[in-house]
Design a binder for this molecule. Structure first.
Ligand code: NAP
Ligand code: MG
Length: 501
């Protein structure tokens, strides 16, 4: 089946007439569909449509825009299992996780819907008599949205829903590897707009342009008529986007890589810490920006914990994520698997690190049809090794030994990233010191490094981003401009700072 782009309210072929195959990473014989390989011409058309739509969409009352998002949430809820099944088929993570991914979209829809009735501004007293000062939020304009494949539903919704409720119009380029989930999402948004607005439907509020980052992504980032870019993906591409978009002073939000660590202190509940690291390191086959890729163990529990961990990891069942009883799906692509294996070889070659388990392709039986990799653990890892510094984005865990909380925190902080972090301890003083001293956007106490909730600020420090956050209330600052308004009802010219002092 061939899918198309949505431009100006119409499903249209890409101008190239070329399509990209979308295949199941657990079974490369399973073809899901053909998706457009679009060009900069398609981006131009989408941006023109979004620009024209903006002049009407910005005038639709925000609560009405919120009604549309409420309906989007309802439709996602009613189709949750079907969307999750197809998402597992297209990107590999297990069904329970893809259901969670859709649920995050539902939560974000309902939050955005209610924000349509909030979008608070501020007022402040004037320094002059008979004068009133107000400030309120106005939309920014046309947004470009570029997303990765690991959360094919949640991440686009984190961006599109707040952008839309604030009155912006959208040009959306999803990851090449997960176009089907993006198609379904945009179809639902467009249907909901038609149902709620009826004859007042505005074509071009949301436009979907499939294709390659190097073509479609570049065209969006460099487009002179786009006002803002919201990007989630790798730090390398994020830096490139910042440069290209910076040339035309676009507002840019970047959510980038991570090298997250879980610390386990000697007083921790080890069973709990074990469940957490299994989930954090091997959930989504390690392909999460918040994945646990370093485990920092206190020396007093190091050997015992590593034995418990190895035993559990060797029992993880690999397979197609839509089959019950599967714990870990494949990697998303051949390229991704080769990249993971490259890092495993680097780890083996690096001085002193020792492979405890895994470290190879999983190819028994049906696994040979997909991009499976054995869950992998390295021990005796030094904090400065490449496998402890660089984002691997796969089921590879580097275990590092420590002798104190201070040292553990300094190891945790010692990378160029700062997204998520976790500390297992039953010592309340240590927990609070960790919360204070860890340099990361997210810290979990006695929880895994993954598990963000839709209404909390999400993002990181250092090379994980450029200071913005998604989720929760903070993202509404990104999608709005502040307009300050002064109303003088004195009947005379009152000069601030001059006539009153
Ligand atoms: P990626 O290679 O950076 O790609 C992300 C998106 O950017 C894709 O849609 C990609 O298109 C597009 N793109 C590639 N080159 C581009 C360019 N020159 N200009 C504009 N767009 C371009 O990242 P990924 O491999 O999909 O995802 C994994 C990365 O995302 C990891 O580093 C992970 O940590 C990060 N991530 C971060 C967060 C967070 O919130 N901090 C969340 C999830 C993932 P193609 O599909 O054609 O490649
Ligand atoms: Mg990529």
């Amino acid at each position: 089946m061939k899918y198309n782009n949505l431009i100006n309210g119409q499903w249209v072929k890409p101008s190239s007439e070329l399509y990209i195959e979308n295949k199941n990473p657990a079974n490369r014989e399973d073809l899901i569909g053909l998706f457009p390989s679009s060009t900069s011409d398609d981006v131009d058309k989408a941006v023109n449509a979004a620009r024209q739509a903006f002049e009407k969409w910005r005038l639709v009352p925000a609560p009405r825009r919120g009604d549309i998002l409420k309906l989007v949430g309802d439709k996602l809820l009613s189709r949750k299992d079907e969307i999750a099944f197809e998402m597992t088929r297209e990107m590999g993570k297990v069904f329970a996780e893809t259901k969670g991914d859709v649920q995050e979209g539902i939560d974000t829809a309902y939050y955005a819907a209610s924000e349509g009735r909030r979008l608070f501004g501020h007022n402040a007293p004037s320094e002059l008599p008979n004068k009133m000062n107000l400030s309120f939020r106005v939309p920014v304009g046309v947004g470009g949205f570029i997303t990765p494949w690991n959360f094919p539903m949640a991440i686009p919704t984190w961006k599109l829903f707040p952008a839309l409720v604030c009155g912006n119009t959208c040009v959306f380029k999803p990851a090449e590897l997960t176009p089907k989930t993006a198609h379904t999402l945009v179809e639902i948004i467009d249907e909901s707009m038609r149902e709620v607005l009826g004859r007042d439907y505005i074509p071009g509020v949301i436009n979907l342009v499939h294709g390659k980052g190097s073509v479609v992504g570049e065209a969006i980032t460099g487009h002179s008529d786009i006002d803002l870019i919201s990007f989630t993906g790798s730090t390398a591409v994020g830096k490139r986007i910042n440069q290209v978009a910076g040339a035309s002073l676009k507002r840019v939000s970047l959510e980038l890589g991570g090298k997250n660590a879980q610390i386990v202190m000697d007083d921790a509940n080890l069973e709990l810490a074990l469940d957490a690291v299994i989930w954090g390191a091997f959930g989504t086959t390690g392909q999460r920006c918040t994945a646990t890729s370093r485990l920092i163990l206190h020396e007093k529990i190091h050997d015992e914990f590593l034995n418990m961990l190895t035993e559990r990891v060797q029992k993880l069942r690999l397979g197609y994520g839509n089959d019950k009883n599967v714990d870990v799906g494949p990697l998303v692509s051949e390229e991704q698997r080769n990249n993971v294996h490259k890092y495993v070889k680097i780890g083996i070659e690096e001085d002193r690190a020792e492979l405890v388990t895994g470290g190879e392709f999983a190819e028994d039986g049906d696994l040979s049809k997909g991009w499976f990799y054995k869950p992998t653990i390295f021990k005796n890892v030094r904090p400065d090794m490449r496998i402890a510094q660089e984002e691997i984005f796969g089921p590879v865990l580097a275990v590092i030994k420590t002798s104190s909380l201070d040292e553990a925190i300094s190891i945790l902080n010692g990378t160029r990233y700062g997204l998520s972090s976790s500390v297992f301890t039953n010592n309340v003083n240590d927990a609070f010191r960790a919360i204070r001293d860890i340099k990361a956007g997210i810290t979990y106490i006695n929880g895994a490094t993954i598990g963000a909730e839709a209404h909390m600020p999400f993002g990181g420090v250092k090379e994980t981003g450029n200071g913005h956050r998604e989720g929760g209330w903070t993202v509404y600052d990104f999608y709005t401009e502040w307009k300050a308004v002064y109303i003088d009802y004195s009947g005379k010219l009152q000069r601030a700072q001059i006539d009153n002092y």
